[in-house]
Design a protein around this ligand. Structure first.
Ligand code: NAD
Ligand code: GLY
Length: 362
């Protein structure tokens, strides 16, 4: 069954379509664009292109396809150049539509290329990982990593549509599924206590779980609501920044380990544990709550401790390079209670250091 949710952003509004076997739906849209004289080009993750070649052919018949290497290593200046050169070689004009088929890496990379090519062409997201389905494909944040840090170059560029075919999850490795679940636990913690309670009672650990499609949709609804309120993360407090729960810690872990040891979602899992501990340390969460949150995170097959350990000074230095730093002060997202997050700018470094030690920093 095909269902739909809309992200309402005035002239940048778009549908998120949910279902399985969505290739014919996508093909119908592609055909409509082509009938208007609009060219459609596809950029896909090489692994997805190999595993889902029939889906791609059915959804984008006859369209040019660029495949890029799987993984974070493609979200670079070089990767961006490759996509831009492909779009130019295909002689796409301003009416063109680019489809990003893959996980968050492909969505971020191709979305940024679409924002930059000819100063902006339309693009659609076809997320194929759990993480991309519940988070990165919605909301219009696009970008690449620089040597100095993650997501340091990018643009807000909303897709024209998002097609979420949960059938893709059947081939997703367990470890990648768990990485996506980290963002789902995040949504529960920051804005949906009932979802969190559901996950605490019965962790979501496999794509075949009957709840998967409904939970994906629930997360998209939550994200859409936040993005509608604060599209460009400009609110002085709260707003879209709340979606970064766990990320200030998580990005530091990713950076110190060179984006190699932990998947993004795994680093977020660790970050959620750390953010919960910080919230408890600041007297917001009741004693013992952080440990219970850690259990829920760990039950989703995610790390809650740095193993092996990482050096505290390196983690603190990485945090300072985070793009959320303003006038040298870090912005944290903390929990007032389960389902209720807030931003906090005045956290003392000693509290942050203590939390890092609790989660295993040396
Ligand atoms: P990813 O895109 O690297 O995909 C993970 C792995 O899964 C890759 O090896 C890929 O080849 C493989 N894969 C993808 N779909 C598959 C499928 N259906 N079957 C089998 N294998 C499949 O990683 P990700 O976890 O999807 O995304 C992480 C990225 O998303 C990070 O760069 C992060 O910064 C970004 N992100 C962006 C936002 C945003 O709002 N823009 C939000 C969260 C995360
Ligand atoms: N994933 C954070 C955001 O979209 O704002």
């Amino acid at each position: 069954m095909l269902t739909e949710l809309r992200v309402e952003l005035a002239e940048r509004s778009y549908p998120i379509r949910f279902g399985t076997q969505l290739a014919p739906t996508v093909a119908g849209q592609v055909e409509a664009w082509q009938a208007q004289g609009r060219k459609v080009a596809v950029v896909a993750d090489v692994t997805v292109a190999r595993l889902h070649a029939p889906w791609l052919e059915a959804a984008f018949p006859g369209c040019p396809v660029l495949t890029v290497p799987a993984g974070e290593g493609s979200k670079t200046v070089a990767g961006l150049g490759q996509v831009l050169e492909f779009l130019a070689t295909q002689r796409l004009d301003r009416g063109a539509v680019v489809a990003a088929v893959g996980g968050g890496v492909i969505g971020d990379l191709v979305g940024f290329a679409a924002a930059a090519f000819l100063r902006g062409v339309d693009f659609v997201q076809v997320p194929t990982t759990l993480l991309a389905m519940v988070d990165s494909s919605v909301g219009g944040k696009t970008g690449i990593n620089l040597a100095a840090g993650k997501n340091l170059a990018g643009a807000f560029h909303q897709p024209r549509a998002v097609y979420i075919d949960t059938g893709f999850l059947a081939t997703l490795p367990q470890r990648e599924f768990a990485a996506g679940a980290a963002e789902i636990v995040k949504y529960g913690l920051l804005g949906d206590a009932a979802l969190y309670a559901e996950l605490a009672a019965r962790p979501l650990v496999e794509a075949g779980d009957v709840r998967t499609a409904a939970i994906v949709r629930q997360c998209c609804a939550l994200k859409a609501a936040v993005v509608q309120e604060d599209e460009r993360e400009t609110k002085a407090t709260g707003g879209r920044a709340l979606l970064n729960l766990g990320h200030t810690f998580g990005h530091a872990v990713e950076q110190v380990t060179g984006y190699k040891r932990y998947l993004h979602g795994e680093a977020v899992g660790l970050g959620l544990a750390a953010a919960a501990r910080l919230s408890e340390r600041l007297g917001l969460l009741a004693a013992g709550e952080a440990e219970r949150i850690e259990t829920v995170v760990a039950d989703h097959h995610l790390p809650v401790r740095l193993e092996p350990s990482l050096e505290l000074p390196a983690l603190m230095a990485a945090m300072q390079r985070d793009k959320k730093v303003r006038a040298g002060r870090l912005r944290f997202v903390v929990l007032a209670k389960i389902g209720d997050a807030q931003t906090k700018d005045d956290v003392e470094p000693c509290a942050v250091e203590a939390v890092w030690r609790e989660v295993g920093a040396a």
